[in-house]
Design a binder for this molecule. Structure first.
Ligand code: SAH
Length: 230
């Protein structure tokens, strides 16, 4: 039954927040973030054969060697981004579109870039079908961000980079947060919160050790809209 399984997922997120609160600075998440997590049907974002595990607190494969992130990490990253209703957020690494859907409940506009065109098209079609009309999915290499639509109120990267991409920090508004996992492929990664203060200075703190799929480069160049861009 979906409601019970979602309740269980929310309780697990709360527990994880409690256990990691010293490191993350978030021993509980804002109620609006938990409401967004409760409202997005994660089972609609996973392959049909894995629906029975959709509300487990773990990453799951989505094809093309990629994953849907763990619910706790999605919730935590959403909270660390400090989204506000008037924000426009840039996401790098759409995957199945789950994180974008969660963010879309909290902000005015989400622009999400996915490097694998097939995943970008599937996510755009799924988000449109589920009614997330304020998400725009683009296919391309998100390392360079989207200069023509910058600056952004917040930027979230959901694949692990070896370093903080300079173009992304540049495209962040003063007062904004860039939430990004940084480290080696599949090991020694830290979830970083990189803030730009009002005078443009950078402040970085590490929130948690994490494991993400790698941020890859240059499968295709531009930021062309996916076939079903919404
Ligand atoms: N945000 C997703 C997690 C996706 S996993 C969720 O909600 O569950 C990370 C995704 O980043 C993968 O789909 C991968 O193809 C994509 N990716 C990796 N490098 C990228 C890059 N340079 N630009 C855009 N997307 C990238």
């Amino acid at each position: 039954m979906r409601p019970d399984r979602i309740e269980q997922m929310l309780r697990t997120i709360e527990q994880e927040c409690h256990f990691t609160g010293n490191a993350t600075g978030r021993s509980s998440l804002r109620p609006v973030v938990m409401e967004a997590m409760a409202s997005v049907p994660r089972d609609d974002f996973v392959p049909s054969e894995l629906k029975h595990r959709a509300f487990d607190n773990g990453a799951l494969p989505i094809g093309e060697g990629q994953t849907i992130s763990q619910p706790f990490i999605v919730a935590l990253m959403t909270d660390l981004l400090e989204p506000q209703p008037d924000h426009t957020i840039l996401e790098i690494g759409t995957g199945c579109g789950y994180q974008a859907a969660v963010l879309s409940c909290l902000v005015k506009q989400v622009i999400s870039i996915e490097i694998i065109p097939h995943l970008a098209n599937l996510a755009a079609e799924r988000l449109q079908r589920l009614g997330y009309r304020n998400v725009q999915v683009m296919s391309g290499d998100g390392y360079q961000g989207l200069p023509e639509q910058a600056p952004f109120d917040g930027i979230i990267v959901t694949a692990a980079a070896s370093h903080v991409p300079a173009p992304l920090f540049k495209q962040l508004k003063p007062g904004g947060n860039l939430v990004i996992p940084v480290g080696l492929p599949y090991m020694h990664q830290e979830l970083l919160v990189v803030s730009k203060d009002r005078s443009g200075q950078r402040h970085t703190r590490s929130a948690l050790p994490v494991i993400f799929v790698p941020l890859t480069r240059n499968r295709e160049t531009g930021g062309e809209p996916a076939d079903n861009t919404i």
